[in-house]
Design a protein around this ligand. Structure first.
Ligand SMILES: NC(=O)C[C@H](N)C(=O)O
Length: 328
């Protein structure tokens, strides 16, 4: 009988609401599993890793989770892992775990949009489906997955798309890779994944990566302030296909020369970053040394940049690896 280990981290799936209507993550993993109708023929083990809203998932905490996931997979009896997590930053955590995951067995991340004490909570169903996916051979060799609302997404490219709706996740550029319904799992596409990074080589200390919004009135003040505060990587949340303005392009040149890795991403929902325009547009950012993020949005571009800086440190190596993983 396949064994699935659930690593609990908190999130709305574990949240209870106080008399003022304010929610905090409170339920342990055992509480979540106790509410489940377990899929037939599956055993579940539980480990509590954290109990926080996912807006509190720092790089150090995600690193801790990745280490705990790797440890859980040392047990050969385990068929796959499920991570219960807040939805706000599932896209960051799932992608971080995916970058370091080198095991054929699946890691399936899920959560809920309605809290544990809601009468119509979506948590038990999402968790039950995630366990079903994690136990299914069809989910092997796909890396880290997000199972939510009956759909299965690759970690890379998945995004939260609605603040409150239960059907919140989407992968605007690629679509879902599969589905889960009852005890049936269908996988219809294979995620594109790079070689796994070395988890033992990752050190989050000193890895500060910030996201900077570009808008028509933006200047370079935020960029310089963040670098003065210790940022070693910056992700520009640029407009359109990846445009900013001449002041930001000039700052990108200065920061790149100083060894900061600057990535251009976009605030637009779908499509690739492209170097098309001058006057501080994407072509100027590229010429100034910025690395285009490909299809990665700022949330996941930041994760890739932080992961690479935490493994390699050297800005030239980080730039080259970032490009290799986002081009094509
Ligand atoms: N639906 C959720 O899980 C949102 C919550 N704020 C979290 O990310 O922890």
């Amino acid at each position: 009988m396949p064994l699935v280990t659930v690593l609990a981290t908190g999130g709305t799936i574990a949240t209870r609401t106080d008399a003022h209507g304010v929610g905090t993550a409170q339920d342990a993993g055992d509480d979540l599993v106790a509410r489940l109708d377990l899929p037939p023929g599956v055993r579940v083990g539980v480990e509590d890793v954290l109990r926080v809203g996912s807006y509190l998932m720092t790089l150090e905490r995600v690193h801790t989770l990745a280490v705990r996931a790797a440890e859980a997979l040392r047990d050969p009896a385990v068929a796959g892992l499920v991570v219960t997590h807040g939805t706000d930053t599932i896209e960051e955590t799932a992608y971080f775990l995916d970058l370091f995951h080198r095991d054929p067995r699946p890691v399936v991340v899920t959560g809920a949009q309605r809290p544990a004490d809601a009468p119509d909570g979506d948590g038990p169903r999402n968790l039950g489906e995630a366990v079903t996916v994690a136990a299914d051979d069809a989910a092997r060799d796909l890396g880290v997955l997000v199972s939510f609302g009956g759909r299965v997404f690759a970690a890379r490219g998945v995004r939260k798309g609605h603040t409150l709706a239960a059907d919140t996740f989407a992968a605007p550029d690629t679509g879902a890779v599969g589905w889960v319904h009852g005890d049936r799992v269908g996988i219809e596409a294979r995620p594109v994944r790079g070689p796994a990074l070395d988890l033992a080589a990752f050190d989050p200390s000193g890895v500060r990566v910030d996201v900077v919004a570009c808008h028509p009135d933006a200047d370079a003040v935020a960029l310089h302030a963040l670098v003065a505060a210790g940022a070693r990587g910056i992700v520009l949340q640029a407009t359109g296909a990846g445009n900013a303005n001449p002041a930001i392009a000039a700052a990108v040149g200065e920061l790149t020369t100083a060894g900061v890795v600057v990535v251009t991403s976009t605030r637009v929902q779908a499509g690739r970053v492209a170097a098309l325009y001058g006057n501080g547009g994407g072509a100027d950012l590229l010429a100034a040394g910025a690395v285009p993020s490909g299809l990665l949005r700022p949330s996941q571009a930041r994760v890739l940049l932080a992961a690479l800086l935490g493994v390699h440190r050297d800005p030239g190596t980080v730039r080259a690896e970032f490009l290799a993983r986002t081009t094509g």
